[in-house]
Every structure is written in structure tokens, then in C-alpha cells.
Design a protein around this ligand. Structure first.
Ligand SMILES: *Cc1c(COP(=O)(O)O)cnc(C)c1O
Length: 396
């Protein structure tokens, strides 16, 4: 018999800390109304911010491409898996982001790990915001470069770190929009600082692409910054674009270097070409249907004003991510369960995804929510908080 005792111990510990994670089974497409684990629920936890994951044009593009190109790409990009559709999408993304070139990756996780580990090595320094996405942290660790984290969105803390360590190439890495807090990085200040120190700057805009900027180009465009200010831009397709995969955009030298040196680009099968076709279709919708961004903003405002009337403590977020920090992991879980019993799905996010003592309900809004659905969320939150207070006072 295999001795799994170290694993069973870890699992038992996680259970004890109320940090055990469980998967829910979604039985419908991702949309405002879903069926999950057999229950009909209003969905306030997906990253489908513009309601494109199940858009008929995106679905049709995927179907048509599958008819012509099949399903699997059959090879990596550098062998013969790089199809016309991948190439078209790269060109469209370069134009969309106003950069010389773009390069596709199969996932955002792989893009982040690939970029950081290709660009820096032992003797260099990676500087990351404390709240950066796990994939950025992992890329930094894998690269072998020295690794330091500055205080969240704190330009003074970053400045200090830049001055402290001056050896080798410095690479500053930040989320554009922070995935668990919803706030936006001070990109203008960080870009100026990067220039001043000759450091490279990489922005992972997984949650900004599609939602921010004049035509959905993201947080970098919203801040009015160019390739010169932010030379390395990462975006993903699994969120506002409603498909799957990711891209890196930048100048010729950057992209050619990634093709040559980014191992998660080289040693993996190219994404299915039909996914590239679907992403081209959703990119077009992002660019042409600005009403989706406007509707999303309306829903965000409606939620924020309603929630503050209820006395809920909101975070400094103007984006689709509107967390309510509860603190205790068990309490966050209870609130999430109470919301579910009222037909509203909001997941509790607990450590280690967020720092200890900051467990939260991660509410996400989408352009696909109606005004009435946002009201329903607010009513359910009010009820859940009442119930929660009643039961916790009984316990005490
Ligand atoms: C979701 C996310 C990723 C990972 O992207 P995938 O395509 O889902 O692998 C990377 N960075 C951030 C900030 C994210 O939120």
C-alpha cells in the first residue's frame, strides 16, 4: 500500500482550518442565470464580465472554424500547429493594443510563467506587487532571478526596493486590475519609475482587457500609456473575452525572444484554431459593442450605491470585481451558503488565495446582469447578513 500519510495529514489540516476547497458542477453555459449542482442560481461569481462566453456569434465562429480546421491543432506552434486563424488573431491583437506584435499562449498562467522565466535569470531581480496573481509569482520563482515583493499599489515601497537592489536587469511586474480586490495599479507612476531605473515593466491585465480603456484595450490604454511606458502587456481571453487562452503584446524584439525562449510557449500544443476564431469574433464584439462596457459600469454603480446603503463595507474598486471582506474564512463560507439558499451564487474566497484574515465574498458583475438581478443580489445580501448576525449572536 502506498504511504500517503503526509498528504492525508495536509488534507486533514486544511479541513480543520475550514479551507477545504470544493468544485461546483455547472450544468449550463456561463451566463447570468445558471444551474449549478442541480440548483437554479443567479450568477455573481464568473469572470464573464461582458457576457460573451455564450454569445451566439462567438459560438458560431467556433463551430464554423471547427468544421474547417477540426478540433485539435495537432502540434506546437513551432512545429506545424500555428494556423492561419492563430496568425489572424495575433495580428488583430497587435492592432487592438497598438503594438508591433502579439503572441498567443494557451492560458494566462502559461503566458505569465513563460514571459518572466524567458526574460530574467539568476543575477536579475523581479519586483512584484504583494497581491499579484499566483501565476506571476510562480513565473518569478521559476526564473531563478532574485525575487522581492513590494507593498500593494505602493509606489514608495517599490521605489525603495528598486534603490536597494541594483544588480542585473530589474523587471517590475503588476496586475493591471487586481483579481481579488478589483482595484487598479497606479500604472502611470509605476511606468515613470521603471523608466527612471531602466527597469522593464510587465502588466498582466487579465481583468482589464475588454472592460477598461476607450475600446476595451484595458488598464494600460485607460491610463493613456504606450508600449514605451509598458513594454510587456499580457491579456487573457478567459475573462471578458469569454473564450480561453492569452496573449503577450509588445515590440518585435520582445515577441521574437518569447518565441525563441519561453518554454511554456514552445513545449505545448497550440490552442485549438477554433478557439482563436471564437476569440477573433469576441474581440470584434468588444470593439464594436461599447454598450457592454456601459452596462457593466451601470451595474457596478447600482451595486455600489445599493451596498453602501445597506451599510456593507466595500473596497476601493471601480471595476467588475466588488469584494466584500468578511475576515474569517468560516464566516465567508457561511455567508456564501446563505446567499446560495436564496438563489444567488457568490463564492467565498479564502486563504491562501487571499491573505490570512481577509476571506471575502468575491462578487463580480457582468454586462449580462439586468437591473432587477442586481437588485435581487442586494436584497439577498441584506437577508444573508441579517441571518448571519442572528445565528452568530446565538452562538456567542
Ligand atoms: C485569471 C488570471 C490569470 C490566468 O489566466 P488563465 O488564462 O485563466 O490561465 C492570470 N493573471 C490574472 C491576473 C488572472 O486573473
Amino acid at each position: 500500500m502506498t504511504d500517503w500519510s503526509r498528504l492525508t495529514n495536509r488534507l486533514a489540516q486544511r479541513q480543520q482550518q475550514q479551507l477545504m476547497r470544493q468544485r461546483n458542477t455547472l450544468e449550463t453555459a456561463q451566463s447570468a442565470k445558471i444551474i449549478c449542482n442541480g440548483e437554479k442560481l443567479l450568477n455573481f461569481c464568473s469572470n464573464d464580465y461582458l457576457g460573451l462566453a455564450n454569445h451566439p456569434k462567438v459560438v458560431a465562429a467556433l463551430q464554423q472554424a471547427a468544421e474547417k480546421y477540426g478540433v485539435g491543432s495537432g502540434a506546437s506552434h513551432l512545429v506545424n500547429g500555428h494556423s492561419t486563424l492563430h496568425h489572424q488573431l495575433e495580428e488583430a491583437l497587435a492592432e487592438f493594443t497598438g503594438r508591433q506584435r502579439a503572441l498567443l499562449f494557451s492560458t494566462g498562467y502559461m503566458a505569465n510563467v513563460g514571459v518572466i522565466s524567458a526574460l530574467v535569470e539568476k543575477g536579475d531581480l523581479v519586483l512584484q506587487d504583494k497581491l499579484n496573481h499566483a501565476s506571476l509569482i510562480d513565473g518569478g520563482l521559476l526564473s531563478g532571478a532574485r525575487f522581492t515583493r513590494y507593498l500593494h499599489n505602493d509606489v514608495a515601497s517599490l521605489t525603495k526596493k528598486l534603490q536597494q537592489h541594483q544588480a542585473g536587469q530589474q523587471l517590475i511586474v503588476t496586475d493591471g486590475v487586481f483579481s481579488m480586490d478589483g482595484d487598479i495599479a497606479p500604472l502611470t507612476e509605476i511606468a515613470a519609475l521603471a523608466k527612471q531605473h531602466n527597469a522593464w515593466l510587465m502588466v498582466d491585465d487579465a481583468h482589464g482587457i475588454g472592460c477598461l480603456g476607450p475600446n476595451g484595450e484595458g488598464a494600460v490604454a485607460e491610463a493613456g500609456l504606450s508600449t514605451d511606458d509598458v513594454p510587456i502587456l499580457v491579456g487573457t481571453f478567459g475573462k471578458a473575452l469569454g473564450t480561453a487562452g492569452a496573449f503577450v503584446a509588445g515590440d518585435e524584439v520582445l515577441i521574437e525572444s518569447l518565441i525563441q525562449f519561453a518554454r511554456p510557449y514552445i513545449y505545448t500544443t497550440a490552442m485549438p484554431p477554433a478557439i482563436a476564431a471564437a476569440t477573433l469574433a469576441s474581440l470584434k464584439l468588444v470593439q464594436t459593442e461599447s454598450w457592454r462596457r456601459e452596462k457593466l459600469q451601470q451595474n457596478i454603480s447600482q451595486f455600489r450605491s445599493g451596498a453602501s446603503q445597506l451599510g456593507l463595507q466595500l473596497m476601493e474598486s471601480t471595476t467588475a470585481i466588488q469584494p466584500i471582506v468578511v475576515g474569517d474564512a468560516e464566516a465567508a463560507l457561511k455567508l456564501s451558503q446563505q446567499l446560495k439558499s436564496q438563489g444567488v451564487m457568490v463564492t467565498a474566497i479564502r486563504p491562501p488565495t487571499v491573505p490570512a484574515g481577509t476571506a471575502r465574498l468575491r462578487i463580480t458583475l457582468s454586462a449580462s446582469h439586468s437591473e432587477q438581478q442586481v437588485n435581487q443580489l442586494l436584497e439577498s445580501l441584506e437577508q444573508a447578513c441579517k441571518q448571519f448576525k442572528a445565528t452568530s449572536s446565538q452562538l456567542n
